[in-house]
Design a protein. Sequence first.
Length: 233
Amino acid sequence: RADLLPPEIKDAKRAVGIKKNLAWGLVATLALTGGGYAGSSFLAEASKERLVAATATTQTLLAEQSKYYEVREVMSTLDAVKAARGVGASTEIDWKSFIEEIEKSLPSGVSITAYSVSASTPIEALAQASVPLQGARVGTLIFTVVAPDLPHIEDWLVKLRGVTGYTDAFPGTMSLSDEAGTYSGDVTMHITPDAYSLRFADDLPTAGTVAPAPQTDVTTGTATTPTDTTEKG
């Protein structure tokens, strides 16, 4: 079989087929573009409606919150007061109970006639020792004691180690009374943060954490003497 058609006719047929394919491709492209535009328009409209609804909800919530503005102010003030109470009481020591515990350690015949107290406060640290062999402290007690003899004082110094918050204790100059035949003098005792009562520890800004009283670096000598001092006798 011989094909006697001119090449121009074959090229024309191929060109028609190519045009049809291009036309269908253009139609498909337009259809996809139109579908994408319609879909994006629908999603944009839905997003706009959700935004409007969310804005309305926010406005409603803000209006409701404004009704309780004073309550929120009071709650905020209460939180600040509780935090201040926690910080203020962070260095509190129940001195009555503490002194009673010390008095229970007194040997028979030994009595305390007077005492003075110096302790750290939340804003002022107790001056630390500048000599070796003395531990860090948050409070200092100076007792005036009367004892029948010096061994009783030594015995008491040993028993003081069992007192809560004990750091160290040492006697000062003891003098003998010729009339009574007894010894009297001063005994200095230092105490640690273990003596703190921590009544409002939960009110501290960091829950469950009680910061001990600020300590002074003994190498700087920058601490000042606290003003919390009481006298007995």
